[in-house]
Design a protein around this ligand. Structure first.
Ligand code: NAD
Length: 481
């Protein structure tokens, strides 16, 4: 691996005004590489470069179908470099190599999907009688700032960047300080597909320094953020000072309601993916199961079997899709998750399996299942962001809905039952932006995603996301005789 990675501003790879940061391999806790760290002056240069591109009309004057073609080319470039990106992603983030490959493929899909829609962002004509001609256009905001989390650094950047470029915005990406390396590939992709210098700027810096400077910058016109609630509030507060819109995707404490008629054998797969994919560091993780009391013992048995079946170890050695899991992103995140499990145990939860760090270097945590969790416990209310499943039980459908809705979050939810009428009724009552029926994570880049409540606002994915990157302009023409 390259030992020093630079930031990318206005078409040039540059050092950072705040020096360098060590990027650790979470599977060994040893230094993997160094990354340039941006300061506020670097952020300003990047924003000015993006603003110049916007004002030049280089993106907005282009026929959208051509802009879309360039966006799609970024996706193809990612696929052409899949092996190196996935390797570096697995090393810096800790996820299994095959999960990293899946993430890069998923990232490429955003460029394919949105690039293909560039010419569909149409306005409409509004009848005002014979004396007028009136129509709307959807204009890009200009400079889109994108602040990226460390759990899916490649895919989260793709999600915002693809939609922003498709609609003609220039972007400043603030990569996460724990996993900044793979975002550099977007700089290389932007060069390779021939985007004008300054269209895509990628810089790593601390949240309180570069992140804060970016979200408060007066020339930033729109902000996209995925991460924690406190940081989301800080960013929304900074954005409010400039009256700038945000898309905030702030995680969750999402519940699967498992009814007495659910297919629990099939549900084992949902447990495997729902809470142990990416070692549980997924905003839409199935971190709670709310199961009918008549099926709880069987469910616990099956969850224990799934957790124990996972082979946990260095992601880079886990090349094949299957029953395996990598490290968490950092020892600090691992210790936080293990601490929350201990607190849950003290509050009366039972550790069915897991809960401890592995006895080896690196940020590993055993896949964990907790029984006897009650809605008032911290573990049922707060995001663990680790491989920790909490099981709660219910007696009737109303209880189940009340428990599922008993957190401040509202990102996703799930209903598992053979009865489609019941599934539909319950799904409509779950307070969340997306509900999965009989398959956790059902959906894709095509389906809108985002939170209710403290899970944030705005939507990513799907057609809905495009409308976050444009503002409507109405043009009314008074016609002469
Ligand atoms: P964070 O929200 O603090 O960091 C996410 C991004 O925001 C990083 O790029 C960071 O540099 C930036 N940032 C931090 N402070 C900022 C500020 N004041 N202004 C602008 N940008 C700022 O997340 P974290 O501290 O790395 O993780 C803490 C918890 O957040 C996790 O345990 C997890 O619960 C949650 N989280 C959720 C997601 C998600 O996908 N929803 C992703 C990462 C973390």
């Amino acid at each position: 691996m390259q030992d020093y990675w630079q930031n990318y501003i206005d078409g040039a790879f540059v050092d950072g005004g705040a020096g360098r940061i060590d990027v650790l391999d979470p599977a060994t806790s040893e230094v993997l590489a160094q990354q340039a760290l941006a300061n506020a002056a670097d952020v300003d240069r990047a924003v000015q470069a993006a603003k110049r591109v916007h004002q030049s009309g280089a993106l907005t004057d282009m026929r959208p179908i051509e802009r879309g073609r360039i966006v799609q080319a970024i996706g193809r470039w990612l696929l052409d470099h899949l092996d190196e990106i996935a390797r570096d992603l697995s090393l810096e983030q800790g996820k299994p190599l095959w999960e990293a490959e899946k993430e890069v493929r998923g990232a490429a899909l955003y460029f394919e999907y949105y690039g293909n829609q560039a010419s569909t962002v149409e306005g409409r004509s509004i009848p005002l009688g014979s004396g007028y001609f009136d129509w709307t256009e959807n204009e890009p905001f200009g400079v889109s700032a994108q602040i990226i989390p460390w759990n899916y650094p490649v895919e989260m950047t793709a999600r915002g960047l693809a939609a922003a470029l498709t609609t003609g915005n220039a972007c400043v990406i603030k990569s996460p300080e724990l996993t900044p390396l793979t975002n550099t590939y977007y700089a290389r992709a932007a060069e390779a597909v021939g985007l004008p210098n300054g269209t895509v700027n990628v810089l790593c810096g601390y949240g309180h320094e570069a992140g804060a400077a970016l979200s408060a910058h007066p020339d930033v016109r729109q902000i996209v953020f995925t991460g924690s609630v406190p940081t989301g509030i800080a960013i929304a507060t900074a954005a409010a000072q400039n009256l700038v819109p945000c898309v905030l995707e702030l995680g969750g404490k999402s519940a699967a309601i498992v009814h007495e008629d659910a297919d629990l054998e099939a549900f084992e797969d949902d447990i495997r993916w729902g809470i142990y994919f990416n070692a549980g560091q997924v905003c839409s993780a199935m971190s709670r199961i709310v199961v009918h009391k008549s099926r709880k013992d069987e469910l616990i048995e099956r969850a224990e079997k799934v957790a124990k079946s996972l082979s946990v170890g260095p992601g880079i050695e886990r090349t094949e899709s299957g029953l395996n899991m990598g490290s968490m992103v950092s020892e600090a995140q691992r210790d936080r998750a293990a601490g929350m499990v201990r607190t849950a145990e003290q509050a009366g939860a039972r550790i069915v399996t897991g809960g401890r760090p592995l006895n080896r270097p690196g940020a590993f945590l055993e896949p964990t299942v907790l029984d006897n969790v009650t809605p008032d416990m911290e573990i049922a209310q707060q995001e663990v962001f680790g491989p920790v499943l909490s099981v709660l039980s219910f007696e009737n459908d109303n209880d189940a809905i009340e428990i599922a809705n008993s957190t401040d979050f509202g990102l996703v939810g799930g209903v598992f039952t053979k009865d489609l009428n019941r599934a539909t009724r319950v799904a409509r009552k779950i307070r969340a932006g997306q509900v999965f029926v009989n398959e956790w994570f059902a959906g894709g880049v095509e389906t809108p995603f985002g939170g209710f409540g403290k899970s944030g606002y705005g939507r990513e994915k799907g057609r809905e996301a495009l409308w976050n990157y444009v503002q409507t302009k109405n043009i009314a023409v008074k016609l002469g005789d």
